[in-house]
Ligand binder design. Sequence first.
Ligand code: GCU
Length: 590
Amino acid sequence: MSENNGTFVESIHLADHLEPYRKRLITANSMISDRYRAKESLNGLWHYCVDQYDTCLRSKWFEENYYDGDGRPFPLDYSFDTWETIKVPSCWNLHSDKLFLYEGSIVYTRRFIYRNHGEDKVFIKFGGAAYEAYVFVNKKYMGMHEGASTAFYIDVTDVLEDENRIVVVVNNTRKRTGVPCENTDWFNYGGLYRDVEILRLPKTFIQYFTLCLATEGKGLFATVQLNDAGAGSKAVLRIEELDIKADIDIRSGKGELMINADPVLWTPDNPKLYDVKVEYGNDSLCERIGFRSIEVVGTDVFHNGEKILLKGVCAHEESVLNGKAVSEEEIREYYQLAKEMNCNYMRLAHYPHSEACAQIADEVGMLLWEEVPVYWAIEFGNRRVYENAENQLTELIKRGINRASTIIWSVGNENPDADDRLLFMKSLAQHSKKLDPSRLVSAACLVNGEELIIEDRLIDYIDIVGINEYYGWYVPDFSQLIKLFNNSNPSKPIIISEFGADARVGFRGTKDELMTEDNQLYVYQRQIETFKQIPYIKGTSPWIFFDFRCPRRTHPVQNYYNIKGLLSADKKYKKPSYFAMQEFYASWKA
Ligand code: GCU
């Protein structure tokens, strides 16, 4: 062991080798409104290696110390450009059998050429890295991002050369202090599973742009935030179809404007979108935005001023072929299948799905519930865990702020009512309303199964209440369900955000035989008959649209899948319960 290679000696004695890296967190502040901005892809084959002991971060492989001060070669434990290759984006679990259940660090690296085209700022956007990502460009540490499901941006302006190397350490280890924590009911995918792209921008650019229906009166409300907090002058907003060209005064890098307008409102049946352009200096940003309102009055939900029922279904972000790296075609496929089931709404559980989901939902007309993975037994008393959760919520809201389809931000799922959990979740709910007063905030709550009543202190802080209940399945005594509803007198709309039962595709039997399609149908029929009797139920989203991979489900009939789907995992087969929901939604009236 060479005494000169301090890196090696130092590295094997470091107790917490990650602490120095954590000092440079990449957060929602790095986000850039980038819809339709020109991007150059860094997708493709990257070299990779499994790094179970995190040696890259410990021994600083990214510094590429090949020689000592006198030019003598050091012995190396890595070789970036002769490693095997993996496709980016993809989930490493589906790359090879040896990686299927791998949890830990994988080091990704590639070289790329960069030629300046006169731009002043250059960023690299990572669409998603599950779960932590540590990024190095040309031997320099750029920062780390925590959270598997939202994009992050890195300013590489000052480190780029003509020829560049990027190294990314991705670690998908489940952690007690993670968001989600180490125990979930879905498959733990890992990797650079969404696009990696280069953005070239002017020195002063539009960093964040929002446009929505004004909450008061007729018109639109626009906000613009530049990357330069000292910038002045004005931005110009154009919506040609509405004959709008409006100046937005900019002071200290920000501006906002109320604009008289009377747009055709966006609805699931008529998803009208407008082409929007906002310009500042030599930067311009395009968007396609639908305008609609969503609000709660008493126990009713109003969409564009009309009462609405949310006829939905839950979905994980997964396909058999691509895992969590779902394609746009796969998203369009399950929206079409949901529409055929007479859905106007989907609950994208339990974490932010690809940003394409809301963009496509805007086009095809699907209302969305989007959620952060504050799931089950999060460490609610841990400040850093809260900061992580709040950052993921901020990243979710900022990326979707202009999406007509998204009507609900959910701050979590099935967290038992406790003091530290209440403080954690109400803070998230209040943060959501502060960032985005135009949308409803919710959570999928548990019921009080002892007293058989809907009660949760969090209800005071959310607009619309999700209730997960599994009467007829995890609670076999179905008669408790109607008691629960009759004992409850909620002052806010209730969505049954989860109900359901397992059913193995094609497995038939009696209505009482668990895991058969017949039993699942029997559970659905009794659930539906009960919902019809309860006026304060304003939406349902059965769990779940399609079967999904889950390491907790080891019964041979399940075969490591959660089989509560209405569809098979490949979405090719419709179980009888799909048709029960299709019929219910066709006739359920507000
Ligand atoms: C829970 C949870 C889901 C889970 C489901 C089930 O309600 O929210 O994530 O998959 O129940 O047990 O199938």
